[in-house]
Unconditional design. Structure first.
Length: 504
């Protein structure tokens, strides 16, 4: 049996960082971990080929070769998933779909032959059995959650890791919190299930054997969801692994803001190699945080928490949302001031959405406040908002105009770099210089320092860091490249803004 594993293109969003990828000579941010794991769940004697449409094209020969096409996608890839499915159906191929997009919205994909939904560790073996017995069904679902200690190692042989900025592992699934705009608890439950330390170390060793990427992403929705296991098992194992692998890449992940309450955890995570963390800050308004049930962000000084994390050695990416029912017109300026004062260089701001599979979606459906169909576009919402739509879009535009302004990025980056790097890690992240780094340096200078509209601020940041804080020069170059990335995102937003304002 020949199986084509197909990963649709990612749209040009904050997370895809497509323009940054061009500068650092990578094709995509990270590989499709789900499909790499699916490959190992399929029988050993089946032939497998993986085509990630973010790094390569799909050829007619690839599709013709396949007996089945397995496609996996997230909500944000809906449009490209549809196109990929249509293409494969032209060859009369059987298409099997799974992953978060199809688990929530399978009814939108009538051309798919078989849906293997929820967690594949449970549903896929049943589908395989049915195929081998010649009686496959259309839907495979489960209300159970998989035992991730039994999940197989991903099949890294299927991809060229050098094409990606990050390698990827996943330690836990599920999150104890219940933010109402988030589908994680529907998909994976509220009790975080964790892999064993040995599983993760095996995965990391396999990654190093497949090439040494710049960074490894722990693709957990909330890494610190199960603190006891993390502190007692995984982090000590990662610290030990890093001591044995002196040139091991650093780690990136997602955490909740209350990491800042736990001195021991902050220290252990730094020693284990975590540096880049995404934190959902969402709003500076307590009322809006109450609205969305982001309880862990309430009754705390969010700004001080972020600064503490930065001083401890973390590079914080912050997620923000506007458009909550409680938001007043002052929220836009308040969010801008928070972001500027926080020194968060990478900030992503969205208009509140109610994706399928979330508590918010259920609530707004009952209130008859949903706009169909759902579109994951960062600049859109599927909610009939309480705030006047034009006020909301103008306020949102004001935030993006501000935070993507090169001077403002420069100010945040200078502020951050002025105190970042004073922390001491017993296990520093070392990087051996490679020829590719020189190529990347020239590309950053070309795109950001010569061609970029924010080139003045790029050079200011570069020169200031050389004179004031030379050990942070790699970070200064990254932020310089981000000026270019954010300019492109802002141009894309302006196009959709003009369309939206004409339609309102
Ligand atoms: S903390 Fe993060 S992962 Fe957990 S429910 Fe909230 S948004 Fe989702």
């Amino acid at each position: 049996m020949n199986i084509l594993l197909l990963y649709p293109e990612m749209p040009d969003t904050f997370w895809a960082m497509k323009h940054l990828m061009k500068i650092i000579s990578k094709k995509s941010s990270y590989p499709p971990l789900g499909l790499l794991t699916i490959s190992r769940l399929l029988p050993n004697d089946w032939e497998k080929k993986l085509v990630d449409l973010n790094v390569t094209n799909l050829s007619p020969a690839d599709v013709e070769w396949a007996d089945y096409v397995f496609i996996s996608a997230m909500n944000v890839q809906a449009e490209y998933a549809k196109k990929a499915i249509e293409y494969c159906k032209k060859f009369n191929k059987k298409v099997v779909a799974g992953g978060p997009l199809f688990t929530h919205e399978f009814e939108k994909f009538s051309e798919v032959d078989h849906f293997v939904l929820n967690e594949a560790e449970i549903t896929l073996p049943i589908f395989i059995k049915d195929i081998t017995e010649g009686k496959p069904q259309r839907y495979y679902t489960t209300g159970e959650f998989a035992d991730v200690t039994q999940s197989p190692l991903p099949d890294w042989n299927l991809i060229d890791l050098n094409k990606y900025a990050y390698a990827i592992v996943q330690y836990s699934r599920g999150c104890p919190y219940r933010c109402d705009f988030c589908d994680v608890t529907t998909l994976f439950g509220r009790k975080p299930r964790t892999k064993t330390s040995n599983q993760i170390i095996d995965e990391l060793n396999l990654i190093l054997a497949s090439g040494n990427p710049g960074m490894i992403l722990f693709a957990d929705d909330n890494l610190i969801g199960n603190r006891r296991d993390l502190k007692n098992n995984l982090l000590p194992a990662l610290i030990d692994w890093r001591r044995r692998n002196k040139n091991a890449p650093g780690f990136a992940t997602q955490v909740t803001i209350n990491l800042a309450d736990d001195e021991e955890m902050m220290k252990l995570m730094i020693e284990a190699g975590f540096r880049h963390i995404f934190v959902g800050i969402e709003s500076v308004s307590e009322e809006s945080l109450e609205d969305c049930k982001k309880t862990q962000n309430l009754r705390r000084d969010l700004l001080e928490n972020v600064k503490l994390l930065q001083q401890k050695g973390y590079i914080v990416t912050g997620g923000f949302i506007v458009g909550f029912d409680s938001d007043k017109e002052s929220i836009f300026q308040e969010q801008i001031e928070f972001i500027q004062n926080s020194g968060i260089v990478m900030a992503t701001v969205n208009i509140l959405k109610a994706p399928p599979g979330t508590d918010l979606n259920i609530k707004l459906k009952l209130e008859d406040r949903l706009i169909e169909p759902f579109d994951f576009d960062e600049n859109m919402t599927n909610i009939i908002t309480k705030m006047d739509k034009m006020v909301l879009y103008n306020g949102y535009k004001k935030i993006l105009d501000n935070i993507y302004n090169p001077q403002k990025i420069y100010n945040r980056a200078s502020q951050f770099l002025s105190y970042y790097g004073n922390h001491r890690a017993e296990n520093p992240i070392r990087k051996e210089f490679a020829f590719n780094d020189l190529v990347t340096l020239f590309k950053i200078i070309y795109f950001s320092g010569i061609m970029g509209k924010g080139r003045l601020y790029f050079w200011r940041l570069f020169i200031r860091t050389i004179f004031v804080n030379r050990k942070n020069i790699v970070h200064a170059l990254l932020f310089g490249a981000l000026i270019f990335q954010f300019q492109r995102l802002h141009e894309k937003f302006m196009l959709s803004y003009y369309q939206i304002s004409e339609s309102l």
